[in-house]
Design a protein around this ligand. Structure first.
Ligand code: SAH
Length: 621
């Protein structure tokens, strides 16, 4: 099975020339859905393909047809092999090297725009290896300038990319002029970052984030790069069978006249009956623009500067272009009101010249169009030690644009986070806000990891996220949801004391925040009577101290005072504390909310400081 995390790197090819590298890369390639190429001197394994002739020649064929190449070769050899093929960092594939021991994964080339840094992090997590990323921005804890807008779907514009990146590496100040697009990237910058956000015409280096191309960059002394958030919605009206070329011309002219960047176009909006207009459809396909259509009943409600009775009589709404632009952007004022463009194309390009006209209006959305399908990754991070997080969950965290969680858990996973990620930490009580925020960002197109300690689906965030998706009428697919299981407190606590969960068990949370006390008591009684081994979550908080006493009383009514009890506090964390006792000696007042309490069944015993529940293999003890 290939992980969707690797989808943006497809197609991926890998190359191994020794049997050691082949053994190491083969399982990885199967997981990544990458083609693994080997020379005919090696014995093929499932999924491998054999190349004949020289590797240099073979590589030349892979270079332009793959987004990522993973080498199980000495990095020196890889450098020589790829040297003649390198063209530009904006077009070269990601080049990643896995060293011979499998302990290191090196981002060799195409680190930013090629995605090699990110692929290196992901592969390193798959191999439990160390990622070697040598880029300066990464070392400074900063997002790479040429990746800044990627999560938000911004388009990279022209500019002195290398110069501005180098300036940041040298520690120079960089002026940021952001007139459009999300400011979220600014919120996770480390202290001492080099960006200043106050307009400064004297600045030597500048990042411009705008829907307007900067005029005459050549005559300025400032080294500048441009990002274009896709905020412009073009409302278009045209007659049937208006050719694509004419619509294109109309758009081009309006953009030029108002100094707007084509790269900042989010999409095209029009009347629903134009949804199959050939020229519009072709244009949107060619440009990867969404075509949003609205029925006349919707458009005619919208107040526009230039309504037309003629249009109203024809299509049932006094405005198509202006109203559709406003509706698509969700705003009330236009950036550019209706412009009518008549064709002056040579006759050869147009079949019917009479009456050909295109109407264009433009509005600016507050939130840019990302053009991406959002993902919600619901991730369980285990009890609190990095080693106890599954590699899949680690990969999910690495891959996320945004990581959302309770501050304590985010601290525990801090080493997995990387520069450029947006990290939002919330106090423990704000579960609903966390879930809503995550859904908002995912619906917008971002990849969002929501982390819970233990397992995210056991008294964690997963259920809440699903419930809220359901109340929003989620279709089950968009945003895509994936759940990554983690080691729950019942498992981590049990593992620290032996094997107490070897027979039927039951988890009960003593928190009455969301569950009425009577229900908790009813379940405690039932579990105690049915002789389940019991795991008590949320046993006690500073203000909620009674329930654990109640639980003890209920269990003492059904079980002997000798029943084994384990109190496990902060399992797998530096402040871990473990106490083994019996039901009658168990003192609920020593317990806090970082603790899990395990109550044995009738046959659970304590042996040399281990808690063991017999399954029955050796008969009843
Ligand atoms: N989703 C989590 C549970 C969250 S409820 C999981 O699957 O583990 C919070 C409760 O979990 C705490 O009150 C405590 O009872 C338990 N808990 C979480 N982490 C723990 C740890 N490291 N050691 C002991 N108990 C823990």
């Amino acid at each position: 099975m290939s992980f969707s995390q690797f989808q943006s790197f497809q197609p991926i090819a890998a190359i191994a020339t020794t049997s050691g590298a082949l053994q190491r890369l083969q399982p990885l390639c199967q997981r990544l859905d990458a083609t693994l190429w080997i020379p005919n001197t090696l014995h093929p394994l499932p999924g491998t393909q054999v190349y004949s002739g020289s590797l240099a020649e073979h590589l030349a064929t892979l270079w332009s047809s793959h987004r990522a190449l993973i080498f199980g070769l000495a990095s020196g050899a890889v450098v020589r092999l790829i040297a003649p093929l390198l063209q530009h960092k904006s077009s070269d594939p990601a080049v990643v090297v896995v060293d011979q021991t499998g302990k290191f994964v090196i981002s060799l080339c195409g680190g930013h725009q090629g995605g090699a840094d990110q692929l290196t992090r992901l592969v390193a997590h798959q191999l439990t290896a160390t990622a070697i990323i040598t880029g300066a921005a990464n070392a400074l804890g900063l997002p790479a300038v040429d990746l800044l807008g990627v999560p938000f779907g911004w388009r990279r514009g022209p500019g002195d990319w290398t110069e501005v990146s180098a300036a940041i590496a040298r520690g120079e100040r960089v002026n940021v002029l952001q007139e459009a697009g999300s400011a979220l990237w600014q919120h996770s910058l480390p202290p001492g970052h080099p960006f200043d956000f106050v307009p400064n015409t004297e600045a030597k280096f500048r990042i411009s984030i705008s829907y307007q191309p900067q005029l005459n960059p050549a005559i300025s002394d400032t080294a500048q790069v441009q990002w274009f958030p896709r905020v412009l919605w073009l409302g278009i009206g045209c007659e049937r069978n208006t050719p694509k070329a004419l619509i294109e011309k109309a758009i081009e002219q309006v953009l030029q006249q108002y100094n707007l960047a084509e790269a900042a176009i989010a999409g095209i909006a029009t009347l629903d009956i134009k949804g199959d207009e050939p020229g519009l459809v072709e244009l949107c396909q060619a440009q990867h623009w969404p075509l949003r259509t609205f029925p006349s009943e919707v458009l005619r409600q919208i107040e526009v500067p230039n309504p037309s009775e003629v249009v109203a009589a024809e299509v049932g709404t006094p405005s198509v272009a202006e109203a559709a632009a406003l509706q698509a952007a969700g705003v009330q004022t236009l950036l550019v009101s209706k412009q009518i463009y008549r064709d002056d194309l040579p006759t050869s390009q147009i079949s019917n010249r009479i009456g050909q006209a295109v109407t264009v209006a433009i509005s600016q959305a507050e939130r840019e169009y990302t053009g991406r399908t959002g993902q919600l990754l619901l991730v369980g991070t285990g009890p609190g030690e990095l080693d106890q997080i599954t590699p899949a969950a680690q990969t999910a965290i690495v891959q996320a644009d945004v990581v959302i969680g309770y501050s304590l858990y985010l601290e525990l996973i801090a080493p997995l986070l990387h520069p450029g990620q947006i990290v939002e930490s919330y106090p423990i009580t704000q579960e609903r806000q966390r879930a809503e925020r995550a859904i908002d960002l995912a619906q917008w197109g971002l990849t969002v990891a929501v982390v819970s300690s233990g397992d995210c689906g056991i008294y964690g965030m997963a259920g809440l996220v699903f419930e809220q998706l359901r109340t929003r009428g989620w279709d089950g697919k968009t945003p895509a949801v994936q759940v990554f299981p983690g080691i729950s407190a019942l498992q981590s606590a049990a593992s620290r004391v032996g094997a107490p969960l070897m027979h039927d068990f039951c988890a009960i949370s003593l928190s009455d925040l969301l569950t009425p006390l009577e229900v908790i008591e009813k379940r405690l009684i039932a579990a105690a009577q049915a002789d389940f081994v019991c795991i008590l979550y949320n046993p006690r908080s500073r203000t909620r101290t009674e329930q654990l006493h109640t639980a003890k009383r209920i269990f003492l009514e059904a079980r002997s005072g000798n029943t084994a009890v384990a109190i496990v506090r902060s399992a797998y964390r530096p402040d871990e504390e473990i106490t083994l006792t019996t039901l009658e000696h168990f003192n609920p007042d020593t317990v806090d909310m970082l603790t899990t309490v395990l109550i044995g069944n009738q046959s659970t015993g304590i042996y040399e400081n281990w808690m063991i529940t017999p399954r029955g293999y050796l008969g009843i003890p």
